[in-house]
Design a protein around this ligand. Structure first.
Ligand SMILES: [Zn+2]
Length: 284
């Protein structure tokens, strides 16, 4: 193999190796983006189609994990996937919490959602921004902010430092919420078929949660998006459900799985509905 090819193969291997380290796993992100794209207005759907890279073939869900794959070479972007808070407070406050490890303000998932929303409002104008990238980042971060442990505690890095067992397998708590709960649900209830899980969530959106959807979509004072609210709900869910009964070395089995799955499904639904609502407000 020539030198360049070896480098390329190495890079691609690393991409696969690391793609699931942070963020809902690929399935979680695909689910929020699939739900979102199905709820777009005609104008928003046309704008999204135009902004998506050709290889995505107008399927937003196929590029919803792009932001995780580029993290290791777009290093500046890795702080934008979460917004951790001081331990045990169970609240999110933008001025206190939205900063990176060096204390640089606005560098957290909430700041990133605001930033890429603002960039996308340039659509149709002469702009200095790469709006394709802005769309892929916004779609991904809207998923992340709904994963409760992406608004976890700074001290345990949103559960990354809490080692547990997921049934018989060693795992960390963050990964349980990124991927294991979703994967176990798909295996046990949906024939290992992501589309069947998505259909079940879609049905809940139109039936069980139908009275709540307008509330999820709403944003106070005519704002385009409201990530402060999404993060506040997230840390509340982290305290109430994710951290609860899951200390270091615990074994998480059916009790934990079956009581937390409804929360995961709800957060995936809210993420999808709100991504659509935000895009519909951007592209009017
Ligand atoms: Zn992420």
């Amino acid at each position: 193999m020539e030198h360049n090819k070896i480098i390329l193969v190495t890079i691609i291997s690393f991409m696969f190796l690391f793609q699931n380290i942070q963020g809902w796993g690929t399935d979680g992100h695909a689910i929020t983006c699939k739900i979102a794209q199905s709820r777009l207005s005609d104008t928003a759907a046309a704008a999204v189609k135009k902004l998506l890279p050709d290889y995505a073939q107008n399927d937003l869900s196929s590029v919803c994990s792009w932001a995780d794959r580029v993290k290791f070479y777009l290093k500046w972007s890795s702080a934008l996937h979460f917004a951790d808070t001081p331990p045990k407070l169970c609240t999110f406050q933008y001025d206190r919490d939205c900063k990176d490890l060096n204390g640089v303000k606005d560098r957290c998932v909430v700041g990133a959602i605001n930033n890429y929303t603002t960039q996308l409002l340039d659509y149709g104008k002469d702009t200095k921004y790469n709006l394709t990238q802005a769309l892929l980042f916004l779609s991904h971060f809207m998923g992340d902010v709904h994963q409760p442990l992406h608004t976890g505690f700074t001290t345990d890095k949103g559960g990354n430092l809490i080692d547990v067992h997921w049934f018989t397998r060693k795992q960390n708590l963050h990964h349980v919420w990124d991927a294991n709960i979703i994967e176990t649900a798909e295996e046990r209830f949906y024939d290992t078929n992501i589309d069947k899980y998505i259909s079940a969530i879609q049905e809940n959106i139109t039936k069980t949660w139908s009275d709540e959807v307008a509330g999820w979509e709403a944003c106070s004072s005519n704002k385009t998006t409201c990530p402060d609210i999404y993060a506040s709900e997230g840390i509340k869910a982290a305290c109430q459900w994710a951290y609860k009964d899951a200390p270091e070395d615990s074994v998480l089995e059916d009790d934990y799985f079956l009581s937390r799955l409804p929360i995961v499904s709800l957060r995936l639904a809210e993420g999808g509905v709100r991504l659509a609502a935000t895009l519909n407000r951007i592209f009017q």
